[in-house]
Design a protein around this ligand. Structure first.
Ligand code: PGA
Length: 264
């Protein structure tokens, strides 16, 4: 597969990220979007309370503002929940689905993620689908089974004509957050190859363009190697880029490494 594919880079910022923090990020992303090569796509997923600022920004089309979650139903008695149509009305173009923190702490099931996938597509939203094995699943040798199940169940019933909305983030649960440490590039390459095979099994003709990102403790030290790992189409970064300047720094280190790989 060509390394000359679009490169995706973005973050889901923490719960305490305020609208003022979002203003700073949007300003930085607008500048970045204008200076970066056309094949770079950036995404930024702030808390719900910042999404209205989409309307006050002039983000270029290569930068997507997204939500960290949404409810799967169009309407109903769900106090406190946010629907896909509500996101759409704010100008949001992307939504994160199935993050492991939601699967673990809010009991999100594969069936529930599938309903969110259907709702996202019905409302014209692109989505990033997070999949990844736990430490125990890795230890017991069933990581691939987990990835297959999560992928097949989340995408069940999704017509191939909607594949342009789909972005996969491989985020091993053991690699995410303060207690995690990044997956070794060799492991990432193997798992991305597996995910690519499952996508091909599901959509034999059309799946090649679906990007597969890696996430889990990406930082300034390891981003260059991960960005040039085979079959990695982008990086999904947390803590290391919650500060706007660090976002810029880690992005540029990743892009430089990617560029070296294309030239060598
Ligand atoms: P991390 O977060 O980069 O801080 O491990 C990744 C994530 O939240 O998905």
């Amino acid at each position: 597969m060509s390394v000359n594919r679009p490169f995706y880079f973005g973050t889901n910022v923490k719960m305490t990220h305020t609208p003022e923090d979002t203003r700073i990020f949007l300003q930085m992303l607008t500048e970045l979007g204008e200076e970066l090569p056309a094949d770079v796509r950036l995404f930024y997923l702030p808390p719900y309370t910042s999404l209205h600022l989409r309307g006050c920004s002039s983000l270029p089309s290569s930068v997507w503002l997204g939500a960290q979650n949404m409810h799967e139903d169009e309407w109903g008695a769900y106090t406190g929940e946010i629907s896909a149509a509500m996101l759409r009305e704010l100008g949001v173009e992307l939504v994160l689905l199935g993050h492991s923190e939601r699967r673990e702490r809010y009991n999100e099931t594969d069936e529930g993620v599938n309903r969110k996938v259907q709702a996202a597509v019905a409302n014209g939203l692109k989505f990033i689908l997070c999949i990844g094995e736990t430490e125990r699943e890795k230890r017991c040798g069933v990581a691939r089974e987990t990835l297959s199940r999560q992928l097949k169940m989340a995408l069940h019933g999704l017509a191939a004509c909607h594949l342009s909305k789909v972005h996969i983030a491989y985020e091993p649960v053991w690699a995410i957050g303060e207690k995690g440490s990044s997956a070794p590039p060799g492991h990432v390459a193997k798992m991305h190859a597996w995910i690519r095979n499952v996508l091909e099994e599901l959509y034999p003709q059309e799946s090649a363009s679906v990007p597969i990102l890696y996430g889990g403790s990406v930082n300034e030290q390891n981003c260059a190697e991960l960005a040039r790992t085979p079959l990695v189409d982008g990086l999904f970064v947390g803590r290391a880029v919650w500060d706007a300047e660090n976002f810029r720094k880690v992005l540029y280190l990743s892009l430089a490494s990617r560029m070296d790989k294309i030239e060598s």
